[in-house]
Design a protein around this ligand. Structure first.
Ligand code: GDP
Ligand code: MG
Length: 163
């Protein structure tokens, strides 16, 4: 079966935007999960003739810090259980937050490859927060703009390299 790639991170970093950008026009939507999220969370992606299943683990808009934390924990566990590659998304405009540190702490338990993705880098300049993200312990951050579509090809190269 196809490798599974999961998109995780605190709310509002751009997980769903990245999900949509990655699956783009190359996809067939394979599944909806009613009751879990109103969004489609599973889709099929392809890059350089390599096929994979992408999961957007976000979905429900959390209303309180308690819900945010429990949702992030569930996401991280789901990703660590199910996926072959984990995309850990952070926000290059806002910079490193305690919620990012919470996600990182959970993901550190996995032996699966984690790619640290700094989103919202909408131009060629580095995020002013770029070097702060090394603290999370997942190596060199990969800068992208999910909404504009910068750095997506390089990210896909790194993803399929881990299959
Ligand atoms: P999620 O909660 O992590 O799924 O985040 P969303 O995909 O819903 O995006 C949250 C907000 O960030 C939305 O207003 C998006 O339009 C915005 N956003 C997502 N990606 C980018 C990006 O690359 N650049 C900028 N400037 N905004 C983005
Ligand atoms: Mg979302």
């Amino acid at each position: 079966s196809k490798p599974i790639v999961a998109v995780v991170g605190r709310p509002n970093v751009g997980k769903s935007t990245l999900f949509n950008k990655l699956v783009g026009k190359r996809i067939a939507i394979v599944e909806d999960t009613p009751g879990v999220t109103r969004d489609r969370i599973y889709a099929e992606g392809e890059w350089l003739n390599k096929y994979y299943t992408l999961i957007d683990t976000g979905g429900i808009e959390p209303e309180s810090e308690d819900i945010i934390l429990s949702q992030m924990r569930t996401q991280a566990e789901l990703a660590m259980d199910m996926s072959h590659v984990i995309l850990f998304v952070v926000d290059g405009k806002v910079g490193l937050t305690n919620d990012d540190r919470e996600v990182a702490q959970m993901l550190r338990r996995t032996k699966k490859p984690v790619l640290l993705v700094v989103n919202k880098v909408d131009n060629k300049d580095k995020s002013e927060h770029f070097y702060d993200f090394y603290e999370l312990g997942f190596g060199d951050p990969i800068e992208i703009s999910a909404s504009i579509g910068l750095g997506i090809g390089d990210l896909l190269d790194e993803i399929v390299d881990k299959f």
